[in-house]
Design a protein around this ligand. Sequence first.
Ligand code: GLA
Length: 418
Amino acid sequence: MRISTPLCLAVLAAAALTALSQTPPAQKTPAAPKAAASKPKWTAPKVAQAPPMGWNSWNFFAERVTDKDIRAAADQLVSTGMKDAGYIYVNIDDTWEAERDSTGRLHTNSKFPDMKALADYVHSKGLKIGIYSGPGPKTCGGYAGSLGHEAQDAQMYASWGIDYLKYDLCSFIPEVMEKQEPNDKAAQMRLMVAAYDKMSKALKATGRPIVFSLCQYGWDSPWEWAPALGGNLWRTTDDINPTWDRIYAILSQQEGLEKYAGPGHWNDPDMLEVGNGKLTLAENRSHFSMWAMLAAPLLAGNDLPNMNPEIKAILTNKDVIAIDQDKMGRQASRVYSDGEVEVWARHLEGGAMAIAVLNAGSDRYSTHPFHLSLIKFGLHGPQEGKDLWTGKPIALTENMPIELASHDILLVRIAAPK
Ligand code: GLA
């Protein structure tokens, strides 16, 4: 018999009510022991519900990093106010590793005499600590990788109190993928996915909540498979460096990936270069603004003890950080571009919206003024917002001219579009 939907629901509801009001039948079999029946299954707290924020040693120190630098970075995160602004992870990148002993246990090299003591120090500052390895026999820097020792390494990280692992593909490519499957790209990719899955399971088995960061340069669309194996973030491109051209090239490669980002799983356009190299202040501002628009992990990579006030002001701009950390976790998309001026937007919690207008060109647009089209965002009429770099109110109107210096940005938050 076919029952119409409302009737069907009514029948089910009535049956449920009847079942609830009936006295349960006398038990014929002994009840299961209470403890076993009621013991809640332990699940690790969720990590990376917002894009991870912190600092990583690689972009400034590379292979020179030492225990002392990590402690200094932790101290600086606290004293500069970066910790209060949300920078929580202090991540040691490559070059901490020595050799394995006869039991397979990996030792730290002389730059890191006591990893547990270092982790305790970082934790004592109210911060978290991250480490680096890879699925191959060697890391990118040629140090010992985790191949064949995944569970052992994961247990060791947990025993130190590690909170974050960046897992970098590197030598797994020539030593495993290309050796085992020389002529089959699809099979090579399957090996890569399995290697990440293995470490993910090893981390889970420790019972410690550890952020799992996949670093395999965006090969074979990690955004499609990394979330299912428990990846919290995945690199989308090859390495960043502190030049505008590289930063802009990476930004351009993020278009189309917005649907893969969300709480617990983020696209990673690589760590920040704010304050590094010869980037101008405008370039530093634009880089930081766009990473926030992308809901990217904000892992500073600069020389914290020698950070100048302008760079500190950029990295601790709370309004811009709030865009990055917005609860909805919606990555921005490029709405349109006009010449070399690009307009990106993202939706924020409570109906708010962030709009970024970026002059990616090398000229000032006085000779070729750019006009903002609000209609292209579905916005009608003037919009009241806040300019997140001046901190002042700004009114956006249809077709308003906007002049930006080369590589500079206008970043506006509109409370709730009209
Ligand atoms: C790769 C990664 C970098 C860094 C180095 C370390 O190049 O992409 O971010 O971790 O390895 O060797």
